[in-house]
Design a protein around this ligand. Structure first.
Ligand SMILES: [Zn+2]
Length: 409
């Protein structure tokens, strides 16, 4: 019988082996398989555990999160395909929502980002001419100095006390001749090509959540302040979280999140123990924990990059679309967003699997994420009362006419 340490080594080898001999072949068949593999792995916690004494917090490794497979899948799909429309995590305090979201940063490929405070890009100039950028950037452009550079994806966390002007931007007091310079970029503009995390989304004011959802859906937004207006890009991956104990989310808002995950505490004792040990190790020496998942983290990063590149080629056969619609109709879901999220998530799932065509397994896997909490209890009650009223209306008309006919006849 082999000791447990060897088992985990075998798993690591299984991951490493094929990629070292055939670099183009992923070691595991799919992203889901990878999640399964690392979620169930036992860590060697007997390594030296001296305190790392770090001042800078290191995110908990995404692949080091125990269990919560559905949450991991939803977050990865949202990273692959922004058209899914974001993810809503629903769970009590202490179920690891925020930890999971913060851990996503290590998985994201770099992006090209504007070097300018005002967010000027070469694209702006190509689309609208040199006057669409600030004078500094106009000068740089003419001198052939690039306006963008490669940058890491950031996690923008919406502060709980944020005001609408913080979110969309406010007027700048400094005098300027340039329209965009008169507005200070808000949190949404800063979230362009980043992740925007909105915790306690159910406690936000309607105007703020509407502004965020509109910008996320359109990939841009326009701010108007008197005669001044400016349009900003907001190509962001939106992740919302809420604790249902602290209040409901309006059904219209709930409907606008593509995928929904209800997070439960771990029920398996072995998983709870494993989670506890990992948290202890993370507290003592976060780098050691991160290093134990470094290889798989890099692999998932590459897979997400590959899946993003493959996504535009992924098609949905008509039979799959029909099946998806049939499920939605069976559940009596009215919102058209249901099929958009379901089909786009299926495409992301196929892309993560390296396929160019969606199959029924994709639909089946992502359907609970895309369709749960879509049925509006209000609409069901409303439609029932309308139908009851319709029936009594019809019978009243029918009876009265019948009685008249009897009298006249
Ligand atoms: Zn500029």
């Amino acid at each position: 019988m082999e000791p447990p340490a060897d088992t985990s080594k075998t798993q690591e080898d299984a991951l490493r082996q094929p990629s070292s001999t055939q670099p183009s072949q992923p070691a595991v068949r799919s992203l889901r398989e990878l999640i399964e593999l690392v979620s169930g792995r036992c860590l060697d916690i007997n390594k030296p555990q001296e305190d790392s004494g770090l001042a800078q917090p290191v995110p908990f490794p995404f692949l080091g999160l125990v269990g919560q497979r559905e949450m991991k899948l939803a977050l990865l799909l949202a990273l692959i395909n922004p058209a899914i429309g974001g993810v809503l995590l629903i769970g009590a305090r202490g179920t690891g929502k925020t930890t999971a979201v913060r851990s996503l940063l290590d998985l994201l490929p770099d992006v090209q980002r504007s070097n300018c405070f005002y967010g000027c890009t070469t694209e702006d100039i190509e689309a609208g001419g040199i006057e669409t950028v600030c004078p500094d950037c106009a000068k740089k452009y003419q001198q052939g100095i690039p306006l963008e550079s490669q940058d890491r994806v950031r996690l923008v966390e919406l502060p709980l006390n944020a005001q609408l002007e913080d979110v969309i931007g406010r007027l700048d007091d400094r005098p300027s001749t340039h329209q965009r310079l008169r507005l200070k970029r808000g949190i949404l503009a800063q979230s362009d090509q980043n992740l925007l995390y909105v915790d306690e989304v159910n406690l936000l004011s309607n105007e703020i959540i509407d502004a965020i959802l509109d910008a996320a859906a359109n990939g841009s937004y326009t701010v108007k302040r008197g005669a001044i207006s400016a349009t900003y890009r907001a190509r962001l991956t939106l992740i919302g979280a809420m604790n249902p104990e602290e209040g409901d989310l309006r059904p219209q808002i709930m409907d606008r999140f593509g995928l929904r995950v209800v997070i439960h505490g771990l029920t398996n004792t072995a998983e709870r123990i494993e989670a506890y040990q990992r948290v202890q190790l993370y507290r003592r020496n976060p780098h050691l924990l991160v290093s134990q998942f470094a290889q798989e983290t890099e692999q998932v990063r590459q897979e997400i990059k590959a899946a993003r590149q493959l996504l535009p080629q992924v098609t949905i056969p008509q039979s799959c679309t029909h099946t998806a619609i049939e499920i939605i109709r069976k559940l009596k879901i009215d919102s058209l967003r249901a099929e958009i999220s379901l089909l786009e998530a299926s495409r992301a799932h196929a892309a993560a699997d390296g396929r160019c065509e969606v199959n029924l397994d994709d639909i089946q896997t992502v359907a609970p994420l895309a369709l749960r909490l879509r049925q509006s209890p209000f609409m069901i009650r409303y439609l029932k009362s309308v139908s009851t009223a319709e029936k009594s209306l019809e019978s009243a008309i029918r009876e009265t006419i019948h009685n008249k006919e009897k009298v006249n006849g």
